[in-house]
Design a protein. Structure first.
Length: 217
């Protein structure tokens, strides 16, 4: 059983990560700006916190085994993704000794994954400019994580495939590193439920420390 601090617990992915974690018997603390907006979930604690404030992050991360960030930019500035990951690393790094620091797992983006033709997904025809901006912000956040030594924070980034939406939990998925996972018809997709399964499997197995990986159905 792991103690998990979860940011973004009210979002599409975060809510499913919360459900999957509780179903496996983990102890989850949802860290939210406004606890009144977080639905009651038996077995989960809810605390007030700000992912953009390293001091707040340190308080939420202390005593945890894993910190999960499932935040997104919403309708705001996508650059918040970079600010958030820097705050998470900064806050966790203040905890001493280093051996007591929790692991960090972030929900990444798909834009920098390589499509079957070798080009990054964000270069695909028809990608809306607003989405492309979010994709680049996710890539910037990943670029920052790649500068963080594992001796400071043991981190992992999990990128979704091209399409992720609520659906069925099958408990199965395929793994890749920097290449988009596609099926025989060329589709790249996964349900948010199976993405949560993959993320909790990473918490349980710690198989991709210090790098990004991706999943697909």
């Amino acid at each position: 059983m792991a103690k998990i601090a979860l940011y973004g617990a009210t979002g599409t992915i975060g809510a499913r990560v919360l459900r999957e974690a509780l179903g496996r018997g983990h102890r989850v603390t949802a860290v939210v700006r406004d606890p009144a907006r977080c639905p009651d979930r038996p077995g989960a604690a809810v605390v007030r916190g700000d992912v953009l404030d390293p001091v707040s992050v340190a308080g939420a991360a202390a005593g945890q085994d894993v910190v999960v960030s499932a935040i997104g930019p919403g309708t705001g500035d996508p650059a918040v993704l970079v600010t958030a990951v820097k705050s998470l690393i900064g806050g966790i790094c203040t905890l001493a000794p280093a051996a007591s620091r929790p692991r960090l797992i972030t929900v990444g983006g798909s834009g920098s994954l390589r499509a079957p033709d070798g080009s990054p997904l964000w270069q695909a025809p028809g990608v809306p400019e607003a989405m492309r901006t979010v994709m680049h912000a996710h890539a910037d956040a990943l670029d920052f994580l790649l500068t963080v030594p594992l001796e400071e924070v043991r981190w992992t980034c999990l990128s979704p495939p091209a399409q992720i939406e609520p659906g069925e939990r099958t408990g199965t998925y395929r793994l890749a590193l920097d290449d988009l996972v596609v099926d025989g018809a060329g589709r790249s997709r996964i349900s948010a439920e199976d993405y949560a399964v993959a993320l909790l499997d990473e918490i349980d197995r710690d198989a991709h420390a210090g790098r990004r990986f991706t999943v697909g159905a």
